[in-house]
Design a protein around this ligand. Structure first.
Ligand SMILES: NC(=O)c1ccc[n+]([C@@H]2O[C@H](COP(=O)([O-])OP(=O)(O)OC[C@H]3O[C@@H](n4cnc5c(N)ncnc54)[C@H](O)[C@@H]3O)[C@@H](O)[C@H]2O)c1
Length: 278
């Protein structure tokens, strides 16, 4: 298949890398080629680790050569599936869907890796919303075994079937779920990391002890503050705001400490500092 990926941050670069590792041709774009150069470095490091741990047995150069950068979305014309992974902002995402629909063939699939935005609302920006669905990967894409496929109200079964075919081709498990902000996964995961931030700001324990308590007491692979550092706190705040505004339920309010951290640029791993330093 030919896969198009829009946005080469944490998730887009992971999706591009996984698709290329699975033998697909991948075309990618971001605001400038500098983001592609940065992504090539991070994908290279990730591939080195996967090869060293014998998770994959392929030539790194060959995998990376399948990932081509395009400045112009017109070059996405031959894509079978386009996956958008830009920032968690409905307006920004919709701009791409409108443009991409006029470029790719009518039987190709257009999708978003959004963590929380209504798939039905995003799909409504297209002339043909039946071709649109959520293809939601998890971080880090190379290691996390699930893809959550989200059906908007107008998503066709044909689009779901094509996405299932893609999920199988990249070797992931999948679940197909109905649309609701945050879907099945993010709705719980974002609440967990947000609540950890509230616990910290209320002085219940040190950050290390909050993480240790949840890790050992809940049998999670990592505590909420380490997980939020991995996701990116700007993304977490955007997700909480989207769920708060969608459900009109105060249980989805973002912890105020997180807004301060975002204002200070303490986004987590991707900026070098969140609750911890990297
Ligand atoms: N971080 C996670 O753990 C995670 C997990 C699952 C899903 N998601 C979702 O994936 C999406 C991307 O998240 P991320 O963590 O990769 O974010 P990120 O901030 O790491 O990357 C976003 C990328 O989009 C690019 N971008 C922004 N505006 C653009 C534009 N106009 N044109 C082209 N590129 C543009 C940015 O330059 C950046 O490279 C979001 O919708 C997020 O909710 C994130």
């Amino acid at each position: 298949m030919k896969i198009g990926v829009i946005g080469l941050g944490i998730m887009g670069s992971g999706i591009a890398q996984l698709s290329a590792t699975s033998g697909h041709d991948v075309i990618v774009t971001d605001v400038s080629k500098a983001f592609y150069d940065r992504a090539v470095v991070s994908m290279g490091k990730s591939l080195d680790k996967l090869i060293e741990k014998k998770v994959i047995n392929q030539d790194k150069g060959k995998i990376l050569s399948r990932i081509v950068y395009a400045d112009d979305l017109k070059e996405f014309s031959g894509c079978d599936i386009v996956i958008e992974a830009v920032v968690e902002n409905q307006k920004e995402k919709i701009e791409f869907f409108k443009k991409i629909e006029s470029i790719v063939s009518p039987d190709s699939i257009i999708s978003s890796n959004t963590s929380s935005i209504s798939i039905t609302a995003l799909g409504a920006s297209l002339k043909d919303p039946s071709r649109f669905l959520g293809i939601h990967f998890f971080n880090p894409v190379a290691l996390m075994n699930l893809i959550e496929l989200i059906k908007g109200v107008k998503t066709s079964q044909q689009a779901v079937d094509r996405a299932i075919e893609f999920a199988k081709s990249v070797g992931k498990e999948f679940v197909v779920v109905n649309d609701s902000p945050g879907f099945v996964t993010t709705r719980v995961i974002a609440m967990l990391v947000n609540e950890g931030a509230f616990e910290y700001s209320e002085g219940l324990a040190s950050k290390e002890d909050i993480d240790k308590a949840l890790k050992l007491g809940g049998n999670f692979p990592m505590g909420p503050l380490t997980l939020g550092d991995l996701i990116g706190w700007d993304t977490v705040v955007n997700i909480m705001d989207i769920m708060y505004n969608s459900y009109k339920d105060p249980k989805f309010r973002a912890a105020p400490i997180l807004r301060k951290m975002v204002e200070a640029g303490k986004l987590g791993r991707k900026s070098g500092e969140g609750f911890y330093k990297y």
